[in-house]
Write a protein that binds this ligand. Sequence first.
Ligand code: NOJ
Length: 569
Amino acid sequence: MTSLDTRSLLVHAPSDSDGEWWRHAVIYQVYPRSFADGSGDGVGDLPGVTSRLDHLAALGVDAVWLSPFYRSPQADAGYDVADYRDVDPLFGTLDDFDALLARAHGLGLRVVVDLVPNHTSDEHVWFRAAAASAPGSAERARYHFREGRGESGELPPNNWDSIFGGPAWTRVPDGQWYLHLFDSRQPDLNWEHPEVRAEFEDVLRFWLDRGVDGFRIDVAHGMVKAPGLPDWSGHVSMIDGSDGVDPLDRADEVTGSGNQGPMFDQDGVHDIYRAWNRVLAAYDGDRALVAEAWVEPLSRLARYVRPDEMQQAFNFAFLATPWHAPALREVIEASYATNDSVGAPTTWVMSNHDVVRHASRLGLSEPNARPNGIGRGDEQPDEQLGLRRARSASLLMLGLPGSAYLYQGEELGLPDHTDLPDDLRQDPAYFRTGGAERGRDGCRVPLPWEAGAPGLGFSPAGLTWLPQPASWTAYAADVQRGVPGSTYETYRAALVTRRADRLGTGGLTWDHTFGDDVIAFRNRDVLVVANLGSLPVALPEGAAVLLSSADLPGDGTLPADTTAWLRTR
Ligand code: NOJ
């Protein structure tokens, strides 16, 4: 018994007009420390990004999102910001940023920057002042300082855990504790404080005045905490806030109420986004806010993209769904239903700097696996199977109406570094969990640009801040460019068709004729067919194949783990 025939076929209606750019954009995430190194120190930087922007223009994306490049001691790779209005010398200068922006705009690429408002670095001037001031001082009021519990305050003020492992509280010498949902070097700001609100509106204006097209908002569901910071016995993990329940068994995934405890998804966060919406609206050019919010179910997430709040939210429910056709169909339907109900575009994402790349995830024997990093001694993914499925998944994703996010290197089919020596790891999550989580270094390895160059062309000096896996020579950009059927050329061709056929603003109508293991839908004049089953399926006779994620056998069938785009008219 399948659920196929009981559903309405039209899931999402096409639009006549394209509307604002963020409704249909393909947005490429640049992780600056690992994209390209201009200075030769082995760490990527802004001049390096600028020097490789033509790669992104040629790929055919619409926008670039830059992970943080602000002044930071790099305790969490820049998600610990010490100065929100300056570039860290590791990455360059404000002039370098302006040059990057000008070059990107010259190439027709929009630029979205990262904003990290939930917490600052412990080296931020506010936190330094707070640490140096007395309990109860005005300086401490911008953060969450509390007295401890126990006879002499020796126990943390509540039982919350840090998302990176260990307690969410650290004690200062005078005996008070401060809250940090992440690393101890990332103290949480108190968003009830008017100065905090005013400061971030000003930071938004600082970058809007420089010309940025939007902001990706880090931990957008975390800034407001429940009054009294009550104890909570639940557990959250990065990205989907999952409580460890198998997504296939999760009855509330689509319909239930998924408020995840007193530190997340409090109604008060929406006032902040309404205010920010007004800040952006004073500028020309359809500037946008995108929420990084690990909120379930999707109906709660849709609240972040109501017409007077943010423009987009990352669709982590899609990322977290296993390679399983019924589950993916379900999350695709739920995504359109919830976003359409508030008039927001649906977004799609498979990989980013916080998760094992989908080319590696999909090569694990357990189809639901989503480990927090893979290392020596762990099951190693089947690299060929992972790549085959990743290409299939990406073509499926790029055929969907809405806005899609690509993580740097996925257009090359890169797997994670799954054999990284643990003594090279840098992710605080690895250290705070005592190694129980390998962490995110494996997806953050410097990109391979030239197969024959030292360090695969990442840096003029041949240095890379993390070693690259030996297999990456075969994935280098220069060996894929111009090679029909390479992962890079497949992405490029998909983006050409997506733009020419206006698939981003198109509609989705299911085609259920291929069976339960196949995801097939019509978007304008393109029929997307993804075979997630184990047997080949027959394609419609006479259909013209526009693109496929793997070679087709030529007998009119679509093999397993393959996606094809067909012209239907
Ligand atoms: C989400 C970011 O994507 C991640 O890299 C970071 O560690 C946390 N937020 C904390 O800022």
